[in-house]
Each structure stands twice: as C-alpha cells, then as structure tokens.
Design a protein around this ligand. Sequence first.
Ligand code: CP
Ligand code: NVA
Length: 323
Amino acid sequence: MEVRFLSSGERDPSERVLIMTKHLLALKDCDRSLLRALVDRALALKREAAGGVRHKTLAGRTISMLFDKPSTRTRVSFEAAMYGMGGQVIHMSSRESQLTRGEPLKDMARVMARYVDALVVRTYGQEVVEELARYSDVPVINALTDLYHPCQVLSDVMTVLEKKETLDGLKIVWLGDGNNMAHSWIEAASVLGFPLTLACPEGYEPDAAILEAARQRSEQPITLLRDPVEAVREADVINVDVWASMGQEDEQEQRLRIFQAYQLNAGLLAHARKDALVLHCLPAHRGEEITDDVLEGEHSVAFDQAENKMHIHKSILEYLINS
Ligand code: CP
Ligand code: NVA
C-alpha cells in the first residue's frame, strides 16, 4: 500500500494515492534549507532577468488560480511568473465555480488536479487550503488566508536579503496587528532562525498557539511587546500592514482608534537605525498604519517587495511543479 505524504505529514485517509505531493500552505511546514533555496533561486532569477535571461522551465505547464478575496499583486505576479516561465494560467473565483452550489472541496481538488499542474488559492479559512491539499494530487499554494500569507513573507525575506545581504544580527520588527502576515513572519523567524520583535495592541496579538509553537521551534527569541517605541528602537527592518485585513472591514473604525500609536510616521521611525528598511506588503492605507512621507521616503522598499513577489513566485512554482 502506498501513501501520499502531505506537507503537514498527514496521511491520506484513503491510503491509495500514489504520489508524493508537495504543497506550500504555511512556512512552518518547510525547513530552513528549502526556504533559503527558494529565496536564493528568486534572487538569481531576478539578476538573470535584468540581464535579459528568460527561463522557460514551466513550458507546457498550467496552473489554476482560485481566489475568494481581492488581489492585485499576488494575482498578477503569479500570472506574470507563470507566463514568464512559459506556462499558462486559468483564473477562477469561487463565485463562478460549483463550490457556490455546495460541491465539496475534496471533489473540486480531485477534479482540478486532473487538469492543471498546481492550484494557487486565496481564501478565508486555512482549513480550505488544507482540505484542498489533502485531496489534490498537484501542489496547492497558499496565496493568503486569514491565518497566513507565506509567499508574501518569502518575498519580504528576499527583499531584506537583497538589501542587507544577511539576516544575521538584524533587529527585525513587526508593528501593528497580529494578523496573517505577522503569523507568517513568526514562522519565517522560527524556521530561518532569526530574532523577531513584535509590537501589537492588547487584544490584537498573534495567535497564541502559533507563537508558542514557533518559540519552541526557534533557537532565537520571538519577543512580543506592547510599546511601539521600544520595538522600533535601533530596528534594522520594520514591517507594517493594514490595521483591518480583508474580511475585517466592519472593524475598521474601532481599529483606527486602537492602533493609532502604532502608526509608522517620521517620529516613530526616528527611533530606528539610520539605514532601517521599511517594509509594507501593500496595499497601504496612507495616514493610517503608515504616513505618506514614510511610504514614499528613502527607507521604504515597498515597491521592491512588490516586484520581488513575481521572482519568488517563479521560484516557488518551479520548485513545486518541477521537482
Ligand atoms: N501584498 C499582497 O498580497 O497584495 P494583493 O492583495 O494585491 O495581492
Ligand atoms: N493582512 C492583509 C494583507 C493583505 C496583502 C489582509 O489580509 O488583508
């Protein structure tokens, strides 16, 4: 009897599937060498692309994108990555699919896997990508859930490495909501082995179980603070994100009041190191989590981050589809 191993190490309940399928659902499922290899490959692809080299390593391959939430960067950068490497893309929102009429995810996964070489999914529940992965014979890639945004954080780590050449000795800070991005940064820190400092308002901390598991895994401290000034002091890298994520629109007003002290403005940034990087995964709400002058200023690498999404997506697709 042959067993398919999932990224989580779960066994397929039917125990009759032949293939070892890799997925990218959460960074905690990956090991350090894989994350470094994905980032190194993306950096090499970016350098080579600047010199006019185009790899067509996904020629003849097709991915399907299943998006339940809005997206500009992730959607277009995955599509550009796939077409750029010679492949093709089929985009679908679940509103257009039979999922709206109650077709089970497990049926959807098994059908889609017969048409395409990978599924790129943006949705609400992490359990949706996990269920798809459990039944899909092709890789499932998490393109953002309420719990995680792993591909984004890989492009962010790539951006830090591109600018600073190392993660060693850096003070890397997460400022604001303990959200999906914070969770993936926490897991990146625990797998890659760098210290991470977070500052979040009371009641908006990261998920306690994710934090605890990461601390168990990590050889470096993952520190949760309340005070944004203390967090930002002598920082080398500061990450910010919206205060109300997709799906939390009805909390927007309340969050605007609660998060005010966490706004990254010139005053707060002055506590960081002179060569600090400011990262924002975008979209940004100027005047809320970040001021216009900081987002447009010399410390901001937000638009390089956005570009790097395409390079990291090439690296991820190539690895998951071709190896
Ligand atoms: N950063 C990011 O995921 O942007 P989109 O929501 O536009 O895809
Ligand atoms: N935390 C944000 C990230 C957007 C890319 C959200 O989930 O809306």
